[in-house]
Write a protein of this length. Structure first.
Length: 127
């Protein structure tokens, strides 16, 4: 009893190769329409990095800064990007950044301390 081994036809192999090439090129084109946005968040009064500051993009993506005050967003759609930073005890800060497809952009956000409200002296008494 002999077995017949049937190989793939050349047309099927060509179709498989063309499909693989199409998927690869489509993924590359999609990746090329995005960029990377990174930067730092610091205090205006001290110049110190603000660890744990919330950095948010207009599209809703957000992240926290690391111990060096740094943040990074990957796969951000190219174009004008609005980014804002917030930290307790500081005023929020926003910036507009031009991001090119396949490129990367660096932004520094310096936050000013919130105004401190000073109350007049008062006396606490018990009744």
């Amino acid at each position: 009893m002999s077995k017949t081994i049937v190989g793939r036809s050349p047309v099927l192999r060509l179709l498989q190769l063309a499909t693989s090439l199409f998927v690869f090129l489509a993924a590359s084109a999609l990746h090329a329409q995005t960029g990377r946005l990174s930067g730092t968040v610091t205090s205006q009064s001290t110049g110190n990095a603000l660890q744990g500051a919330t950095v948010t993009l207009a599209n809703g993506k957000s992240t926290l800064t690391d111990e060096s005050g740094r943040f990074t967003f990957f796969d951000v759609p190219a174009g004008t990007v609005s980014v804002s930073a917030a930290y307790s005890g500081f005023n929020d800060k926003s910036a507009e950044v031009a991001l090119t497809a396949g490129g990367s952009q660096e932004v520094s956000l310096t936050l000013a301390s919130s105004d401190i409200v000073q109350l007049e002296a008062f006396t606490v008494s018990t009744v």
